[in-house]
Design a protein around this ligand. Structure first.
Ligand code: NAP
Length: 337
């Protein structure tokens, strides 16, 4: 903890995932809050695949301007306040910066509810944006029915590992697709998935087919590319595809070819629907009500893959694209109060 503000500045648009070349760690005096503002000391910085997109171009948010501090979700503690409704010591989370400190008037930032008995880190995982993505994406967009088969890609990651468990809790058969045997063993042996397929092993498409003897009712899309095509081939009549993300394409230097078998949606009368977790912010209460007890009772297992030190952010960030993380990836920037 220091009164110096270290912050990662975006100096150029990344190409092909060369984040080390376009982000620069700089230091400045820690900022002071003005009238109606407060200062947040970052405790945890959430690292998310979408950060790579924000560095490159406008999407649902404008691209991060060049030569400004990189944007990111943070969980932190208020250490100075000139805001009438926020006091020193409050724990808050929301849209922040890759930095030790940030100044805010509270827009895009909210107090963490602190349900009894749950650690702070759970608000980065199942009770934070990650949990909301899995919960609303599967239940609101996928609308699972008991006995259905749910397949999820990037299954050992932050969102995917929760999707499969929520599917199981709703009486579905959950099948995960992930990038190593070790990840697959974690999914089936510890998280309770019915089956898991290593998409880097030869014959994985055959293994996927065998793992879904009744076909796929819901394919929760996190990665895009070849895995999407395999899932489309196995989709059932009236299948649903909550389109959460396409990480395989975030660092692509050429536009990726679309799935070659998209017309399956016609013959199967299936639905593919994109969604953004930010739209569900007003419904976070539903997440706390249903997911909170599941987490407290250990019926949902979760893991934060926590690296230490703001200076190690880029090494940590690379894990999202080389499969190095298991569960929610984050960096601890300063100690919990
Ligand atoms: N729509 C929304 O509002 C929303 C919100 C949050 C996240 N998302 C999206 O949800 C997806 C998962 O995000 P997350 O935060 O939970 O990340 P994550 O799954 O924890 O981490 C990313 C994982 O993706 C896998 N991966 C990376 N490159 C891949 C490739 N080329 N092909 C297949 N798999 C690859 C890696 O695991 P393997 O070892 O298995 O390859 C990696 O660990 C992303 O697409 C993200 O953009 C969307």
């Amino acid at each position: 903890m220091s009164e110096t503000n270290r912050h990662w500045v975006l100096t150029d648009r990344p190409k092909g995932g060369n984040f080390n070349e376009v982000l620069d760690l700089r230091e400045e005096a820690a900022p002071e809050p003005g009238e109606g503002e407060y200062r947040v000391r970052t405790i945890y910085l959430s690292l998310d695949p979408t950060n790579a997109v924000w560095m490159q171009y406008d999407t649902y948010l404008p691209a991060v301007p060049l030569n400004s501090t990189m944007r990111g979700l943070v969980l932190g503690v208020v250490d100075k306040s000139n805001h009438p409704k926020v006091k020193v010591g409050d724990i808050v989370s929301g849209m922040g910066r890759w930095a030790d400190y940030l100044i805010t008037n509270g827009e895009g930032m909210g107090k963490v509810p602190r349900l009894p008995g749950l650690p702070l880190l759970s608000y980065l995982g199942p009770l934070g944006m990650t949990g909301a993505t899995a919960y609303f994406g599967l239940l609101d967009i996928g609308r699972p029915k008991e006995g259905e088969t749910v397949v999820v890609s990037a299954a050992a990651g932050a969102v995917g590992s929760l999707v499969g468990q929520i599917a199981e809790l709703k009486g579905c058969r959950a099948v995960g697709i992930a990038g190593s045997d070790e990840k697959c063993a974690w999914l089936t042996d510890e998280l309770g998935f019915d089956a898991a397929i290593n998409y880097k092993a030869s014959g994985w498409r055959k293994a996927l087919r065998a793992a879904v003897p009744n076909g796929i009712d819901i394919y929760f899309e996190n990665v895009g590319g070849e895995i999407t095509e395999a899932a489309l081939d196995l989709l059932n009549l009236k299948g649903r595809i909550p389109f959460c993300g396409a990480i395989s394409q975030y660092n692509a230097t050429q536009p990726a070819p679309g799935p070659r078998n998209l017309s399956v949606l016609v013959s199967k009368r299936a639905r593919m629907e994109g969604f953004l977790v930010l739209d569900y912010t007003p419904r976070m209460g539903e997440l706390y009500t249903e997911m909170g007890p599941w987490v407290a009772e250990g019926r949902i297992k979760w893991r934060v893959d926590l690296d230490q030190g703001l200076e190690n952010t880029l090494t940590s960030f690379a894990k999202l694209f080389n499969g190095g993380n298991r569960g929610k990836l984050a960096v601890q920037v300063s100690p919990e109060p």
